[in-house]
Design a protein around this ligand. Structure first.
Ligand code: PLP
Length: 365
């Protein structure tokens, strides 16, 4: 297998794919594939429950939070969140640090629901996240939404905002963790809602996880569709209708891999930190490559970089591809390169990329 630096759908651990392959035709002697099982069968319910329990254990999800296994991608959450949280009045506040936050905001505008932009990093070109004192909530703030890791810009928070109203009450934090969940330990109790599309650190595309605090389940607007209603979904164990069963099962295998092969999120975080440090060191070593993000806010998951001479971009990508280093092209909106170093990208992949970059620079620089 080649090294895959895709931003999503992203690399999956080889050990997970091998296990899925071994169980593909005949799951544990049942004579059928997980893909062919009823979602209501004892076998599948056991798979689903084990996956949730492993996810909870990995992240230390407190008992007063529900974990929902949904479809529609993280993008559907941009709309489901205001539908579920703004039923008792107030506005959604947004802390903007890049393209994904902008898309979340666009969705609430479409719904014509109240919002307020509490901070925006546009002024610094999205190279640094707002400091706590720069976040100005509206008086009627019902919740505050932010993107922990902007996948396209490679911009990540180095702190978790703790936001309060003038009377000292908590403003629930809602966080898009699509591209950073499970990359490091997390204190879930600081959040009202965490959500993530699966196709980076969780599993294959087609599944979205939402972690929601119990007390936020009674804030929904009336008349929202059954399939958008967190409370109903939670009460039905994420099986209001047919869930994405195979993606759910594969996510479960990823959680097992994280627990048993990697040794948990502390161990994963150390590996991720080391991988990112190696690549940033390679980028910073000379003027041939560069990354504009403030050091404290550099993402350890998505590392964008540009070549000083953009005319070399296509040669860089073609040669990297030929060397088995796949999907390094930057997002179409920003150009340049981007290496996504999610959990499943092995450290040897980063070593190979760093060696390739040095060699390319020596020949072309
Ligand atoms: N939010 C972030 C931070 C993302 O990186 C992405 C996709 O890359 C999305 C949201 C959208 O996810 P989806 O394609 O699952 O809707």
């Amino acid at each position: 297998r080649h090294f895959n630096f895709c931003a999503g759908p992203a690399a999956l651990p080889t050990a997970v794919l091998e296990r899925a392959q071994a169980e593909m035709l005949d799951y544990h002697g049942r004579g059928l594939s997980v893909m062919e099982m009823s979602h209501r069968s004892d076998e599948f319910v056991a798979i689903a429950e084990q996956a949730e329990s492993d996810f909870r254990e990995l992240l230390g999800v407190p008992d007063n939070y529900r974990v929902l296994f949904l479809q529609g991608g993280a993008s559907l959450q941009f709309a489901m969140l205001p539908m579920n949280l703004l039923g008792k009045g107030g506005s959604a506040n947004f802390i903007q640090t890049g393209i994904w936050g902008k898309k979340a905001l666009a969705e609430i505008k479409r719904l014509e629901l109240p919002y307020h932009v509490a901070a925006d990093s546009a002024a610094n070109g999205f190279t640094a996240v707002p400091r706590p004192q720069e976040i100005q909530l509206s008086k009627d703030a019902c919740y505050a939404h932010y993107t922990a890791n902007e996948t396209i810009g490679g911009l990540a928070y180095d702190y978790t905002p703790a936001l309060t109203r003038a009377d000292g009450s908590e403003v629930p934090l809602v966080c898009d963790m699509s591209s950073s969940i499970l990359s490091a330990p997390l204190d879930v109790s600081k959040f009202g809602v965490i959500y993530a599309g699966a196709q980076k650190n969780i599993g294959p595309a087609g599944l979205t996880l939402v972690v929601v605090r119990d007390d936020l389940l009674d804030q929904a607007r009336t008349g929202i569709p059954t399939l958008f209603d967190y409370k109903g979904i939670s009460e039905a164990g994420s099986m209001v209708n047919t869930p994405p069963t195979y993606a759910w099962y594969l996510a479960g295998l990823v959680f097992q891999w994280l627990k048993h092969d990697v040794g948990g999120l502390e161990a994963m975080a150390k590996i991720n930190q080391r991988k990112a440090e190696k690549l940033y060191a390679a980028i910073d070593r000379s003027d041939f490559y560069s990354n504009p993000i403030k050091v404290a806010n550099r993402s350890i998951m998505n590392l964008p970089f540009v070549l000083a001479d953009a005319a070399l971009d296509s040669a860089f990508l073609a040669e990297a591809n030929a060397a088995g280093l796949l999907n390094l092209k930057g997002h179409r909106s920003v150009g340049g390169m981007r290496a996504s170093l999610y959990n499943a990208v092995p450290e040897e992949g980063v070593d190979a990329l760093v060696a390739f970059m040095a060699d390319f620079e020596q020949r072309k620089g």
